[in-house]
Write a protein that binds this ligand. Structure first.
Ligand code: ADP
Length: 327
């Protein structure tokens, strides 16, 4: 079987996004509902670029769960969703500051996505995975934590490249120390890890991107990618490193930049048939690595030019036109 599917697992929730930016949450009067959740955004990014993507998660048997199923399908993602009566679909209220950054208020105590169990994840959802991608929100509590780790192990055993984006959301954790420990504990289970520069600082006591990436590589992954916002990104392997610039954009809403970046990178790896065994070799080739990072950077950059995560994701021709314009 040809394996080209990017399979993402984790949280799927409703983001209530304000109609007007620049106000604190207490002052916002009207919110628009949008599909949210980092791993779901990554799946949508892959699908938007023309790749095959599946999202595995749990929603409530409620109208918001039905909305999310439809939103995934509309984004071109295969919804591999389990419905539950045990809890409702999770909610997050988001406020957009004038600088494009966000504040969050979560309603998930518990939310349906946190109740995903090992046995919910069907073999058929993992068998055709070229890449299996997960984040850290699904590692916060049981039973979802075991379900995530078990699915990553199963996908890897079947030949998938395992990708991990810690995506630190501190308000969801009981303490910063606990978050750091759980997030770092997962490194050995991943082949490729994506972190932002701020996350490296948080995880390793203020370490630079370079020092943090080297420490991460020591824990097991073959490849660490650090995103630097408007300064682009850097990839590190045991063999070396490479930096790539991003394209210039007027950022309106940074929601989904990191997820768009990850989607772009994973789509390139899946499309080129780069599995775990070839990952270091692929990134040691400056022409492949530079092109893959520039592509992923452009996806992340374009994702900031419209409101919301999924509606802002670019198609492959849009990315290529933008890159050709910068050349
Ligand atoms: P996160 O959303 O995880 O914090 P970043 O903000 O670093 O991640 O964004 C991910 C990638 O998206 C960056 O590496 C960069 O390539 C691109 N990007 C993000 N913000 C901008 C921006 N203002 N201008 C250009 N590119 C950007």
């Amino acid at each position: 079987m040809e394996k080209r599917t990017v399979v993402c697992l984790g949280e799927l929730l409703i983001d209530f996004v304000p109609e007007i930016s620049g106000l604190p949450l207490a002052k916002v009067e009207t919110f628009r509902k949008a599909a949210g959740g980092a791993p779901a955004n990554v799946a949508a990014a892959v699908a938007r670029l023309g790749g095959k993507a599946r999202f595995i998660g749990k929603v409530g048997r409620d109208p918001f769960g039905a909305f999310l199923r439809e939103a995934l399908a509309e984004a071109g993602v295969e919804p591999a969703l389990v419905e539950t009566d045990e809890a409702r679909t999770g909610l997050a209220f988001v406020s957009l500051r004038d600088d494009g950054e966000r504040d969050f208020l979560f309603y998930r105590e518990p939310a349906a996505d946190m109740l995903l169990r090992k046995e919910d994840v069907k073999e058929a959802w993992l068998g055709d995975a070229a890449v299996f991608h997960f984040g850290s929100v699904s590692l916060i509590a049981e039973p979802c934590r075991s379900a995530t780790m078990d699915a990553a192990r199963r996908a890897r055993a079947r030949g998938a490249l395992v990708s991990y984006d810690p995506n630190v959301r501190l308000p969801l954790w009981t303490s910063a120390d606990y978050a750091r420990r759980v997030i770092l504990d997962q490194l050995p289970f991943a082949d490729i890890v994506k972190v932002s520069e701020e996350e490296v600082g948080f995880l390793y006591g203020g370490a630079s991107a370079e020092d943090g990436a080297r420490l991460m590589l020591g824990a097991g992954p073959r490849c660490v990618v650090v995103t630097l916002g408007a300064a682009g990104s850097r990839v590190f392997t045991r063999a070396g490193e490479l930096a790539a610039p991003t394209v210039r954009v007027d950022a309106i809403d940074t929601t989904g930049a990191g997820d768009g970046f990850v989607g772009g990178l994973l789509w390139r790896l899946a499309d080129a048939g780069v599995g775990a065994a070839r990952l270091e070799e692929a990134f040691a080739d400056p022409s492949f690595a530079g092109e893959a990072l520039r592509f992923a950077n452009a996806v992340g950059a374009l994702a900031t030019t419209k409101r919301g995560a999924i509606p802002a994701l670019p198609t492959r021709p849009e990315v290529e036109r933008r890159l050709a314009g910068e050349a």
